[in-house]
Design a protein around this ligand. Structure first.
Ligand code: B4P
Length: 194
């Protein structure tokens, strides 16, 4: 299966992704995590990304698209993968489509994690990562609304979007996600996407 996870900051993409990749044996591609590792290691990508991330902005499309192109070409992605945090803009979505067209490997499904804003603010305040300061959270939420939300319509028009209510417990959200993915496996649409 090839899965995209979309949701605002703090919706629980990373939390659910860890469980889903273990259950369905998928590669886990978290662009947030990849960028944090690059920043920590002070690689060329990390040095460029750092100021955007700490300022609550998305890193430039061309930077993250190259990171993903290289990562998707690695052997562990052949068994299937979960993209956690990519794409986050229409330009990234179009770039992903053209890569996947080139490789004849379309997406199986796009999962949206929907969580009300007040719950997001509570979760992020409790987590306290460097980019979880209140003024940065506000900017990250704004960039989600203006740059990432348009992707929901983009994928809905392709018939790929499934919405999950992300406001429940971790177990509750996980069982909603499993219901969607199990139904794809049962209907066989996943086999045709391998
Ligand atoms: P990410 O690492 O993707 O960060 P996130 O959106 O905040 O996290 P997520 O939704 O995974 O929340 P989590 O499970 O941790 O991105 C960080 C930054 O990297 C971005 O702001 C951007 O600058 C850059 N970036 C990444 N990808 C990019 C791209 N494609 N293009 C450009 N820039 C990019 O959950 C949050 C908290 O809630 C946790 O503490 C968790 O324990 C808690 N939680 C989770 N589920 C819960 C539940 N059901 N109930 C209660 N609490 C829950």
């Amino acid at each position: 299966m090839r899965i995209v996870f979309i949701g605002p900051p703090g919706a629980g993409k990373g939390t659910q992704a860890e469980r889903l990749v273990a259950r369905y044996q998928l590669a886990h591609l978290s662009t947030g995590e990849m960028l944090r590792v690059a920043c920590e290691a002070k690689t060329a990508v990390g040095i460029k990304a750092d100021k955007y991330m700490n300022g609550g902005q998305l890193v430039p499309d061309e930077l993250i698209i190259e990171v993903i192109r290289e990562r998707l070409g690695q052997p562990d992605c052949k068994i299937g993968y979960l993209l956690d945090g990519f794409p986050r803009t229409i330009a990234q979505g179009e770039a992903l489509d053209s890569m996947l067209d080139e490789w004849h490997s379309p997406l199986s499904v796009v999962l949206e994690l929907h969580v009300p804003e007040e719950e997001l603010l509570k979760r992020l305040a409790a987590r306290g990562r460097e980019d979880d300061r209140p003024e940065v959270i506000r900017l990250r939420l704004e960039s989600y609304r203006s740059q990432t939300e348009p992707l929901l319509e983009y994928y809905d028009a392709k018939g790929l979007l499934r919405r999950l209510d992300g406001s429940g417990t971790v177990d509750d959200v996980f069982s909603q996600a499993r219901a969607v993915l199990d139904s794809l496996v049962t209907s066989g649409s996943n086999r045709s996407h391998r």
